[in-house]
Design a protein around this ligand. Structure first.
Ligand code: GLU
Length: 485
C-alpha cells in the first residue's frame, strides 16, 4: 500500500482552448491516481489567461470528458474550497497584481516600457551575437525605477518583467532525476504583459503556491518552463513543489503525438464507444508500470498501489492496436448484464429490445471473445443469430465443396422442415450431430464444419451448442434452404 499522506495536493491545470487531449487526460489521470493512493486532494484549475483562445464551452467539454473517464476532482471551479478559490485564472487577476507589486517593491521585477520595435531590435542584436534573445533595455537598470513608477502612476501601460538571477538552477525531478539549468540560460522575462494579462509561468507559480500544491505531475514538455518557475518560487520565498515530468507520448514514427497518428482528443474515443475504463487503463500504461507487471486493470485497483516512483523516463509510444486490445480485454472483463446495458444504449439496437432478457444476455455473452469494440457486439449478434442471408466466402465455398457436406445439408433440411417450435434445443442439435456421425458416418472436421456451415452460413464462430439454440428456427430454415438450392 502506498504511504498515506493527506497533506498531498496535486492539480490538473488545463487551458480551455480545445478538447481534452489524450496527453492531458493521462496527466489528469496520474494526478488523480496519486491523490487517491496517498489520500490527498486532486484540484482542477482552469488556466484561461489566454482570453482570445480560451472558451467557456471548452472548459465544460473538458470537464465532461474527465467525468466520462471517471477522473473526479475534489476541488475546482464547480467544487470550490473557500480557502483556495477561485479556480479559474481569469478570476484571479487581483492576486497576480498583488504579487507582481511585491516583486517590484523588492526590485525582483521591474516595469518595462520598451516598444515592440525596441524589443525586436534587441532580439536581432542577440541573434547577431550568437546568443538567445536577451533583454538589455534601459528599464533593467534600477536607476530608472523612480521614473518608471511615475509613468505607471500617470496611467501609462507597460509590461512587468522578472529579473532572472544569473545563476544555475538544479531540479530534482521524480522522473527525470537531477536536471541542471546552466547560469544565464534565460534572460529577464515578462510576467505581466502591457495589456495587464499575466503569463503562464508566473500565474502557475502563484497559484501552485497559494493552493498549497505539493506535487506537480505534468508532461515533459514543461521541463523548460520549470527553470523560470523555480526562479519565481525563489523570489516569492516559497518552497517549490516536488516535480514529476512524465515522458512524452510519441507516434509510431517516434515523433511527438499529433493528429497524424490518429485521434488525439478524448471525445473522439467517447464517440467511437470506447470503454472509458479501457482508455484509462491504456493511458496509465503509457509512462507508468504496474508493480505486478499486469496490463489489464481498473483504476480502482490502483488506488492502493499507485506511486510516482514507477514512472518511466522513456517516451511512450501511442499504439492504437494495443489500445484496441486493451478495449477488447475490458469488454471480456465486464459483467455480462453491465455489458448488455451499454450495448442497449448504442444506436441501432432496436432489434435487441424485442428479445427476452435471457436471450440478450446469452447473445452478448457469446460475442465477448470475438469483439474489441462495443459497437461490434450488435453487429455480431445480428450476423450470428438473426441474419437469414450470409456471404458466400471462399472458406464457406470450400466446406460446401467437400463431398460430405451436401449429405449434411440434405439431412438437416429434412429435419428442420419438421420443427414447429420457435427454437431448437441443445438436445435436438446433439441428436442431429449423432445422426450425421453414426448414420452418415461423417466425423471430425467434416462433421463439425459441415453442420456449422449448414446452420450458420459461416466457417467459424462460437460453439454451435451455444448459438444454435438462440437462433430462431425460421432463420435456420432460410439459411439451410439457401444452401439446398
Ligand atoms: N495550462 C498548462 C497546460 O495546459 C498547464 C501546465 C502545468 O501543468 O503546469 O499545459
Amino acid at each position: 500500500m502506498t504511504t498515506q499522506n493527506p497533506a498531498v495536493r496535486v492539480r490538473f491545470a488545463p487551458s480551455p482552448t480545445g478538447y481534452l487531449h489524450i496527453g492531458g487526460a493521462r496527466t489528469a489521470l496520474y494526478n488523480y491516481l496519486y491523490a487517491k493512493a496517498v489520500g490527498g486532494t486532486f484540484v482542477l484549475r482552469i488556466e484561461d489567461t489566454d482570453l482570445e483562445r480560451s472558451k467557456a464551452e471548452y472548459e465544460a467539454l473538458q470537464i465532461e470528458d474527465l467525468k466520462w473517464l471517471g477522473i473526479h476532482h475534489n476541488e475546482g471551479p464547480d467544487k470550490p474550497n473557500p480557502k483556495y478559490a477561485p479556480y479559474r485564472q481569469s478570476e484571479r487577476g487581483e492576486i497576480y497584481t498583488k504579487y507582481a507589486q511585491q516583486l517590484i517593491e523588492k526590485n525582483l521585477a521591474y516595469y518595462d516600457f520598451c516598444t515592440d520595435e525596441e524589443l525586436e531590435e534587441m532580439k536581432k542584436r542577440s541573434e547577431l551575437e550568437g546568443g538567445d534573445p536577451r533583454y538589455d533595455g534601459k528599464w533593467k537598470n534600477p536607476e530608472f525605477n523612480a521614473e518608471a513608477k511615475k509613468r505607471v502612476a500617470a496611467g501609462e501601460k507597460c509590461a512587468i518583467r522578472f529579473r532572472a538571477p544569473d545563476k544555475a538552477y538544479t531540479l530534482n525531478d521524480k522522473v527525470k532525476g537531477e536536471v541542471t539549468y546552466p547560469e544565464g540560460m534565460v534572460g529577464d522575462f515578462v510576467i505581466v504583459r502591457s495589456n495587464g494579462l499575466p503569463v503562464y509561468n508566473y500565474c502557475c507559480v502563484v497559484d501552485d503556491m497559494l493552493m498549497e500544491i505539493t506535487h506537480v505531475i505534468r508532461g515533459e514538455d514543461h521541463l523548460n518552463n520549470t527553470v523560470r518557475q523555480l526562479m519565481i518560487y525563489e523570489a516569492l520565498s516559497a518552497k517549490p513543489p516536488q516535480f514529476a515530468h512524465v515522458s512524452l507520448l510519441i507516434g509510431h514514427d517516434r515523433q511527438k503525438l499529433s493528429k497524424r497518428h490518429g485521434a488525439t482528443s478524448v471525445n473522439l474515443y467517447k464517440n467511437e464507444h470506447y470503454l472509458p475504463e479501457a482508455l484509462c487503463n491504456y493511458l496509465t500504461l503509457l509512462g507508468w508500470s504496474h508493480p505486478k507487471e499486469t496490463d489489464i486493470f481498473d483504476k480502482e485497483e490502483l488506488f492502493d498501489i499507485f506511486d510516482i516512483e514507477r514512472f518511466s523516463a522513456h517516451s511512450a509510444m501511442y499504439d492504437l492496436e494495443k489500445l484496441k486490445w486493451v478495449n477488447g480485454q475490458h469488454i471480456k472483463k465486464l459483467a455480462t448484464p453491465d455489458l448488455l446495458k451499454l450495448v442497449e444504449e448504442l444506436p441501432e439496437t432496436e432489434f435487441l429490445k424485442k428479445q427476452t432478457p435471457a436471450w440478450k444476455t446469452a447473445a452478448v455473452e457469446s460475442a465477448k471473445p470475438y469483439v474489441h469494440f462495443l459497437n461490434e457486439i450488435p453487429v455480431f449478434i445480428n450476423n450470428t443469430f438473426l441474419k437469414e442471408s450470409f456471404e458466400m466466402t471462399d472458406a464457406l465455398k470450400e466446406i460446401l465443396g467437400w463431398e460430405t457436406t451436401p449429405k449434411i445439408v440434405d439431412y438437416i433440411h429434412g429435419e428442420i422442415s419438421k420443427v414447429t417450435t420457435e427454437y431448437i434445443t441443445e438436445v435436438e442439435l446433439n441428436g442431429w450431430m449423432d445422426h450425421v456421425k453414426k448414420e452418415l458416418a461423417i466425423k471430425g472436421k467434416p462433421l463439425f464444419q459441415g453442420v456449422r456451415a449448414t446452420l450458420t452460413g459461416q466457417d467459424h464462430g462460437p460453439e454451435l451448442k451455444l448459438i444454435i439454440p438462440l437462433t430462431p428456427v425460421n432463420v435456420l430454415k432460410k439459411r439451410v434452404s439457401e444452401l439446398k438450392k
